[in-house]
Design a protein around this ligand. Structure first.
Ligand code: GLU
Length: 277
């Protein structure tokens, strides 16, 4: 009798551990300290940044926190996962994360593999160039210059360059935008191209001050959505409701002002939610 009891306890512990593992991706309801995995960027100041003290900060982080809270999760139960541009669909499809808030543009191609809630933000593709660059940047002339550009694998920014406005350019692609900054400073590339929201954050960073500027090209519309598992219409609706509430109660504006204000980024108003099933 005395021998059986520890065995029973051990067996229960195994069952509990297995249950906890199975729920790792974020279960259905957010009660009782259950963890939720959320994908964000780690190297985009103003949007998604992991600081040297291991804190997470930015507009996307605030949106993610707000949505998680509305879904019933405590902030302390959020597990932040880095979601590089080229990995986002896989991370969602594999169940590594419950949702992704990472400057993630809604596109038809991506919608073949994932669903989106939102949009919650509108940005435009632009070029970041050196502050002393005095050439004139014009959307229609990009193919006439011998351009060396830097962008990120799996982003709409890289795809737009290749398919639309600078097919002739020599494009270097990295895993993250911050990896392009050294090349831009060293004149290995002429410009880093992605959303103006992201570029404004880099230009305003203390260590970059006075080094870079935005060309002001507004090359595309990038509607940021929250990526989630394809077919999970209930989660999509819950997130849409949370986003609508965030705008309505003023939290959206407060977060945008807090994170884009210091970069002097003149953000667009909150867009209308269109991703509904
Ligand atoms: N918003 C664009 C995209 O989703 C560029 C920024 C990014 O790579 O996250 O591809």
């Amino acid at each position: 009798m005395t021998l059986r009891k520890p065995g029973l306890v051990a067996a229960t512990a195994v069952v509990l551990a297995l249950t906890a593992t199975a729920c790792g991706g974020g279960g259905d309801s957010g009660s009782d300290g259950e963890k939720i995995n959320i994908g964000i960027k780690f190297d985009q100041p103003g949007l998604g940044l992991k600081t040297q003290d291991g804190e997470y900060t930015g507009f996307d982080v605030d949106v993610a926190k707000y949505v998680a809270k509305e879904l019933g999760y405590d902030e302390k139960d959020i597990v932040w996962k880095e979601a590089p541009s080229g990995e986002r669909e896989n991370m969602i499809a594999n169940g590594d994360v419950k949702f992704i808030v990472a400057t993630y543009s809604i596109t038809d191609e991506r919608k073949e593999r994932v669903d989106f809630a939102g949009p919650y933000f509108l940005a435009h593709q632009d070029f970041l160039v050196r502050a002393d660059d005095d050439s004139t940047w014009n959307k229609d002339e990009l193919n006439t210059k011998e351009l060396k550009l830097c962008s990120v694998t799996g982003s709409t920014s890289a795809q737009n360059v290749k398919n639309k406005f600078a097919q002739e350019a020599d494009l270097q692609e990295y895993g993250g935008y911050s990896e392009c900054l050294t090349g831009l400073e060293n004149e290995a590339v002429d410009a880093l191209t992605t959303d103006d929201s992201i570029l404004a954050g880099y230009a305003a960073q203390k260590e970059h001050q006075g080094k870079f500027k935005l060309a002001g090209l507004s090359l595309s519309d990038e509607s940021y959505g929250i990526g989630l598992k394809k077919g999970d219409t209930e989660l999509q609706k819950q997130i849409n409701d949370a986003l609508a509430k965030m705008v309505e109660d003023g939290s959206w504006e407060k977060a945008a002002d807090k994170h884009f204000g210091p970069a002097d980024y003149d953000y667009e108003p909150a867009p209308e939610i269109t991703e509904k099933s």
